[in-house]
Structure formats: structure tokens, C-alpha cells
Design a binder for this molecule. Structure first.
Ligand SMILES: [Zn+2]
Length: 372
């Protein structure tokens, strides 16, 4: 009879252990039972879901740890975006975003790809959600800026090509610093790259646009003298002195002695003096590797270092050097190589219009940067 007198405490313990064993057994049985009913595909799916959930948890944990870092990144990107918008579009404003279903014109440059923005995970902590929303808005704005830059660059590219220059090689030369005088591009190459792929793409597009617009401005399309040019005078011809075949690397403008000689594009006077064969000569540097030369002058009205505008008088026509009569010898050099200036002087009105837009934009850009 003694062993039947188990204490109440022990009765409870035994009941608890038995209950636990029963629960574990039921759990195992249920798992086996469920597994038997799941196909291998379904099992993989369940496993994938579990893995995805675990990955999301890990991502959220990482995000929580990095909130401070992300906030600092966003700040830096915002500053860069605002600077670019102000510098390049401050005066004219950004064009309205194109509707998503807008079809691109046939033959047009492919529109800039919109930057993907990941949906905001509702399980993110509130401060992280705020940052994620900011990031998504920033990416959308960056994509809009990229689309506007791409469209503007395409316009400049067409005009540059119509003037007979190769836009791609101009951009390449500028990027390697070989495009003549250095372009004061203030983009922070390394830094923008560090800000992410979409920022690096945007910076590349801005650089391209700026090179092409600056080239348009530098192209000497203004009349260097208000007299008729001998439009066929560029190229091989018989030398007026020796009669032998010789390359004539410029265009001749015959006219009365003292006729005003005008800068064909804005630029800086880099040479005033005598050169063998040229007589009295002036060189004007227009940037982007473009230089104009005015020869056989009878006098100068400018000096080295002067910043001149297109159409500004720099000299007087004459017949110094190897010259048979009063005329202007006008040369255009691209990266030191003489090119036929005729295509620049005969630019069509629509090209000149794009060129004038570029002149205003480059001017505004310089003013914006100078104000900083
Ligand atoms: Zn000549």
C-alpha cells in the first residue's frame, strides 16, 4: 500500500513528462505525415520560402545596422544631384518627365532606361522605410535627369556631326585629356562612381553632353571678314610663287587693305606676331582643341591673352608674308591639324540655332560654377 502513496508533486511531474513526450511524438508524426503528402516540388517551394524569409530577415537586420551609413550616402547623393541640376538645368529647368508609355521616335537615341526602384519592404523598421522611400525618389529623379541629359546631348551630337566632325572621337579625346585645352569639368569621377551605378551613368552622360556643347560653341562659324571667300581655295593647288603643287591649308578672303578681321568664335588670343610665310598672324584658341589662324595682316587690334567674342575685331587685312595681294588667309586647326573651314562657315540655320543654344548653356554653366 506504501508505493501507492505517491506525492501530489510527483503525480504532476509524471503527467508533465508524459504530456511532453506525447507532444513531441505528435509533432514528429505530423511532420512525417505532412511530408508524405507534399510532393518534392512543394517541399522545395516551402524550403525556398523559408530561405527567402531568412534572407529578408538578414537583410532587414543589416539595413537596421546600416541606417546611419545609408542616410549619409543619401545626403551626399542629394547634394550631387542638386548641384548637377542647378549647374546644367538651373536656367531652363528640367523637362517634364515623359509618360511611361511614350513611344520613342524612329531613329531617335534609345531613351535612358528608368532606374529600377525596389518595392519598400513593409517589415523594415520605420526609420529604414523612410530612407528607402527617399532612396526610391532619388533614383527616380536621377533617371529623369539622365533622360534630359541624353536628349540634350543627342541634339548637340547631331549638330556636331552635321558640321563634319566626329562626335565620338571628340568625346574620347576630351576624356583622355587630349582634346586640346582641358575642359574645366568638375564632375567627381571617382566619387560619383562610388555613389552607385546610376550616378556613374549620369556623370558619363553629363560629361558627353558638356564636351559636345562646348565643341559646338568652339566651332568657328562666324565670318572672319565681311568679304567674299574664295570657297575653292582650300586644298592642293599650284603655289603662286613656285608654280609647284602645294597644300593650301586655309581659305582666302580677298578684300581692301585694312578690312576689319573678326574672331570666328569666342576664344582667347594665344599668338600675335610674325610667322614665316604667314606674315603678321593672330591665333585664337577656342578650346576643345580648336584653333583659328588669321594671316597676312596689316595690323593688330588685340593682344595675347585677350578673351574675344565671336565677331569681335582682332586685326586689319593686309598683304604681309607670302602674299600676292591684300587678302585674309584663314585657317582652322583641330588638335593641330588643319581642316577645311568651309563647312563651318556654311553651317545651316538649324545647326546655328543649336549652336546658339549651346552657347547660352555653356555661358550659364560657367556662371553657375563661378558663383560657387
Ligand atoms: Zn591663303
Amino acid at each position: 500500500m506504501r508505493f501507492l502513496r505517491i506525492s501530489a508533486v510527483w503525480q504532476k511531474r509524471v503527467a508533465l513528462i508524459a504530456g511532453s513526450v506525447l507532444l513531441v511524438w505528435a509533432g514528429i508524426t505530423l511532420t512525417v505525415f505532412v511530408n508524405q503528402f507534399l510532393t518534392s516540388g512543394e517541399r522545395a517551394e516551402v524550403a525556398a520560402k523559408q530561405a527567402a524569409a531568412a534572407a529578408a530577415e538578414a537583410r532587414i537586420a543589416r539595413y537596421r545596422d546600416r541606417v546611419g551609413e545609408i542616410a549619409a550616402d543619401l545626403d551626399e547623393r542629394q547634394a550631387q544631384l542638386e548641384e548637377w541640376q542647378k549647374d546644367y538645368f538651373g536656367k531652363e529647368g528640367l523637362p517634364a518627365p515623359a509618360p511611361a508609355d511614350a513611344k520613342t521616335e524612329a531613329g531617335a537615341e534609345p531613351a535612358a532606361k528608368p532606374v529600377e526602384t525596389s518595392a519598400i519592404d513593409p517589415r523594415l523598421p520605420p526609420e529604414a522605410q523612410t530612407l528607402a522611400r527617399l532612396e526610391a525618389r532619388q533614383e527616380a529623379f536621377s533617371a529623369r535627369l539622365l533622360a534630359a541629359v541624353t536628349a540634350r546631348a543627342a541634339k548637340a551630337e547631331t549638330a556636331v556631326a552635321q558640321l563634319g566632325l566626329d562626335p565620338s572621337s571628340l568625346v574620347r579625346n576630351a576624356a583622355t585629356g587630349r582634346g586640346g585645352p582641358f575642359i574645366p569639368f568638375r564632375g567627381r569621377k571617382g566619387q560619383a562612381g562610388a555613389l552607385g551605378k546610376s550616378f556613374a551613368a549620369l556623370e558619363g552622360a553629363l560629361f558627353r553632353m558638356e564636351v559636345l556643347e562646348r565643341t559646338l560653341v568652339a566651332i568657328p562659324s562666324g565670318q572672319p571678314a565681311h568679304v567674299l571667300m574664295l570657297s575653292s581655295s582650300y586644298g592642293y593647288r599650284s603655289d603662286p610663287f613656285t608654280g609647284a603643287g602645294a597644300m593650301h591649308a586655309g581659305l582666302d578672303f580677298p578684300g581692301p587693305l585694312g578690312t576689319p578681321i573678326l574672331a570666328a568664335a569666342p576664344g582667347r588670343v594665344v599668338f600675335v606676331g610674325q610667322k614665316s610665310g604667314y606674315g603678321n598672324v593672330i591665333d585664337v584658341d577656342h578650346g576643345q582643341g580648336i584653333l583659328t589662324r588669321y594671316a597676312h595682316l596689316s595690323g593688330f587690334t588685340t593682344q595675347v591673352g585677350t578673351q574675344v567674342t565671336a565677331g569681335q575685331q582682332i586685326a586689319k587685312m593686309g598683304s604681309t608674308g607670302r602674299s600676292t595681294g591684300s587678302h585674309l588667309h584663314f585657317e582652322v586647326r583641330l588638335n593641330g591639324v588643319a581642316v577645311n573651314p568651309r563647312r563651318f562657315l556654311e553651317a545651316k540655320a538649324d545647326v546655328l540655332e543649336v549652336k546658339d543654344d549651346a552657347r547660352q548653356r555653356v555661358g550659364a554653366l560657367a556662371a553657375n560654377r563661378g558663383a560657387r
